[in-house]
Design a protein around this ligand. Structure first.
Ligand code: NAP
Length: 287
């Protein structure tokens, strides 16, 4: 069984990003991510640490604004609009979920599409679902694609399934996998016969948020399994959506922690470099 470790994928992505950031610097450009965090949810802490590490490894700048959970909606939207207009900011990340009372879609609509490096806004998602060469994808979904690509899994012609249909992970993953010429069944809590769908899949990507949801009986021999789940145990440990015993039947499996999560921050930071490159090109076209 192949252990699909995230660290080498993240290193390889960071190496490529570092070169691109160095090329931008030669043109006098900085790639900079501005993170907006509302309410300081502890579950963000590991992701923020990962982003800092990837930023340091690549030379991408990072700035963080921490807002109170009861920030007026107009203030949050005003900040996102200002950042969207600020030429010193290449990419904007609004950490989600937002506290109750704040409308995520309305806030995301204030992020300029060219800076929407986590593809939160409707325009970014529409481009992704239309199968266009969308500039950005939600970082977690894209991280799964980077991981499969790094380990040489050829998606063309493969038949698989994604468990979970959120707009953060499941749905964008289905779009990305389809664009890579795989055939994908998108499963959710109302899907009947989910075990059978999984069993006849050549690859299974689990993003349901249910610890140990995917069991060995649900996995076909040699299938590739990617575990996106990050679930906190009562003891404070982290477990995925895949029962570790799946390793006995799968052809390849990502660990949790140390799998997809390790790639997500590096993917996000690489999209910040892409945003800076695109903005430079666009200015060149208009100048
Ligand atoms: P979410 O918004 O809660 O969506 C969960 C999805 O799973 C929903 O579509 C839900 O179906 C489906 N589901 C729940 N229980 C199910 C069941 N028993 N059978 C079949 N489907 C079921 O969660 P999310 O934001 O997509 O996150 C999913 C997981 O990924 C979580 O563990 C989260 O922590 C993790 N995650 C990891 C990263 C990373 O970087 N590694 C980033 C983001 C999220 P319905 O639509 O029918 O309700």
């Amino acid at each position: 069984m192949i252990d699909l470790l995230g660290a080498p994928v993240a290193r390889s992505l960071n190496d490529a990003t570092r070169e691109r950031v160095a090329r931008l610097a030669l043109e006098g450009r900085e790639a900079k991510l501005f993170i907006v965090r509302v309410g300081g949810d502890e579950s963000d802490a590991a992701y923020l640490r990962g982003i800092s590490r990837a930023a340091e490894a690549t030379g991408v700048g990072v700035e963080l604004a921490e807002l109170e959970p009861n920030v007026p909606e107009g203030e949050l939207e005003g900040l996102l609009l200002d950042l969207s207009a600020d030429p010193g900011v290449s990419g904007i990340l609004l950490l989600r979920p937002l506290p109750a009372g704040l409308d995520e879609r309305r806030a995301a609509a204030c992020i300029a599409p060219g800076k929407d490096v986590d593809a939160m806004g409707d325009r970014s998602l529409a481009a992704l679902f239309a199968g266009e060469r969308a500039p950005f994808a939600p970082a977690t979904a894209k991280a799964v694609m980077e991981l499969l690509d790094y380990y040489g899994y050829a998606l063309r012609g493969r038949v698989g399934c994604v468990l979970g249909r959120s707009t953060v992970v499941g749905r964008p993953l289905q779009a990305l996998l389809t664009a890579a010429d795989a055939t994908v069944t998108l499963c959710h809590s109302k899907t009947s016969g989910i075990a059978e769908i999984c069993r006849r899949s050549e690859f299974v990507i689990a993003c349901v948020g249910v610890p140990g949801f995917l069991t060995p009986e649900m996995v076909g021999d040699g299938a590739w399994v990617v575990d996106v789940g990050v679930n906190v145990t009562p003891e404070g440990g982290l477990v995925g959506d895949v029962d570790p015993a799946v390793a006995e039947v799968a052809g390849a499996l990502t660990p949790v922690p140390g799998g997809v999560g390790a790639v997500t921050a590096a993917t996000l930071i690489s999209q910040v470099a892409r945003a800076a490159e695109r903005s430079m090109r666009e200015e060149g076209n208009h100048g």
